[in-house]
Design a protein around this ligand. Sequence first.
Ligand code: F6P
Length: 541
Amino acid sequence: MTTAATPLSERSAWKALAQHAEAMKEVHLRTLFAEDPSRGEKFTAEAAGLFLDYSKNRVTGETLKLLVQLAEESGLKTHIEAMFTGEKINTTENRAVLHVALRAPKGESIFVDGVDQVPPVHAVLDKMSDFADRVRSGEWKGYTGKKIKNVVNIGIGGSDLGPVMAYEALKHYSQRDIIFRFVSNVDGTDFAEAVEDLSADETLFLVASKTFTTLETMTNAHSAREWALASLKDDAAIAKHFVAISTNAKEVSKFGIDTANMFEFWDWVGGRYSMDSAIGLSTMVAIGPNAFREMLAGFHAMDVHFRTTPFENNLPALLGLLTVWYTDFFDAQTMAVLPYEQYLKRFPAYLQQLTMESNGKHVTLAGTHVETETGPIYWGEPGTNGQHSFYQLIHQGTRLIPCDFIGFYKTLNPLGRHHDMLMANVFAQAEALAFGKTAEEVKAEGVPEALVPHKVFEGNRPSNILLAEKLTPAVLGSLIALYEHAVFTQGTIWGIDSFDQWGVELGKVLATRILGELEGTGELKHDTSTNRLIEKYRANK
Ligand code: F6P
């Protein structure tokens, strides 16, 4: 029996998959469906409010058996238990990885270094709930006694992408008399436009930063403070208009925010896994504490499913394994995520950090270079907009791009035939990608010979379809947890640390050095290209 300690390419399931893939590359989805009409029922799984149809993938029962075997040989079960029980599986940062504790029900216990982490999670949730209720009801007043009408979240990366995605996703459930804005970019335009039409005396800033040292966030937070003080004219106003969300009480105080107005989280919450921690305060103010807790329940339902369900029926494991299959055996470079739900318009952008900051790694946990391709590029746009933009390439281009379609039985905004039309497109796209259109079929339509090759659709392009009743807070929670654990599954197979992000450091260090140079006149000691660009900027700024 091989184990995760065995290099990936030497695991017996891997070798078998490599052989099997050669045979599968020759097989068309048309043949697979013709040979086994039960595929549409067989290759499905359902959990935590989500139904997954993965039958239009280039897999057979044999493929799935081998992928599950690969998960077993890679120690996925043990690794899941290690995460859920608070082991320090983020080894390069010596940290536990416990976003699952953020949605653990009251009464459960998860220990790190002998301390139960669940009670403080609920204490912070209660503090957030109290605060959110006070802002929503108008009880929390600004410095001049006015009700808060605008909430501006300042953060970047995981301290922005999750909150903005969740706000957009759950807008239907939000309190409409509060305006929500999100400032992330160090480009001053982001801040300037966000506050352009706001009054400081009605505006509350949520400064969200795990470290409270991130350059972009601190720069925007200082600009926000200056902007607020320019009209409120008293440092005492800060306490009414700024709260902090952070793990770093010292830096929060240094900034001038009373730690009584700080919402805490912990080093075991990774930035890209933090939208259900205090980082989600803007979400809670928008939708209210009850709906926020429903979202947490959705996350938790998927967590339980991932931890307890055999891999053959385990949604995140299946999604993760299919990604490994296409990335490593079919040279797929990218994965498209295509939500047919306007409220999920920021979901692909959110997934980009979750997937690519997690699995964009070329070094294994053992410190050696990986043997295979790892994290694919994730991208997407809501349907049907994408269809009129990049779907041409997915249907007839030269690359294999596995797609995840996400759709709902019910819309939150019933309007004539709109929703049926939207969903007709989901099913049509997946069908067209899988089965295509042969030259014979094109000819039979009377198409002139010269045009036939242009009108042929090769098909055999794989996709998953995810369906849910409607977009509720709980469904959003379980959808996010699905991708979190799919990423975990991939990272486990590849043997990488999905929870660090050393790759963002070098650029940060160089930018700090170059900032000094852009603002000074000293000698430049970079390469000739960088020197010349800096000189040009200095001369023209
Ligand atoms: O981009 C690097 C990163 O560390 C992300 O992982 C994180 O989400 C983001 O910066 C923001 O960090 P912080 O919440 O500490 O400001």
